[in-house]
Ligand binder design. Structure first.
Ligand SMILES: [Zn+2]
Length: 147
């Protein structure tokens, strides 16, 4: 199978073989296109070599990772998989602002179930009320603003 660079050189040779008038504007275009083809073929060849290098490195990393996986244990490693995204979606994040110091704390569902948290900044006890009812008001205001 012919390499891209060989094909490009072949096309360039064909164009030169036409013995076109060097003063003709079309000849100029042909030459530029032929040069461009050769350059692109070279570039693609280099990219291909880089790609091979990267593949080799990825293979090496995979092998190293397999070793790490064995050390940690496959069960532990499995829990750090991409499935975590789904878990994050189901766990609602709540935002609580401390009335004493104004620090905003983000809570997971676990903290919320406790009902009360301590402000990480000033240790003020914050009671957590339900804020879901207020969401209906914001929906109404959005509708009216669209009109
Ligand atoms: Zn505070």
């Amino acid at each position: 199978m012919m390499q891209l660079s060989e094909k490009a050189a072949y096309v360039k040779g064909l164009i030169e073989g036409l013995e076109l008038d060097p003063k003709d504007k079309q000849t100029k275009v042909f030459k530029v296109v032929a040069d461009l083809l050769c350059e692109m073929a070279e570039e693609i060849k280099e990219l291909g070599q880089c790609y091979d290098d990267v593949c080799d490195q990825v293979d090496g990393i995979s092998e190293d990772l397999a070793g790490v996986e064995d050390m940690i244990g496959s069960e532990t490693f499995g829990s750090v998989s991409y499935d975590n995204d789904a878990a994050d979606d189901s766990e609602m994040a709540y935002e609580v602002t401390c009335p004493t110091c104004g620090t905003t704390t983000y809570l997971g569902e676990n903290s919320l179930n406790a009902g009360v948290i301590r402000c990480p900044s000033c240790s003020e006890v914050l009671e957590l009320g339900y804020v879901e009812d207020e969401l209906d008001d914001t929906e109404d205001s959005e509708e009216s603003s669209e009109e």
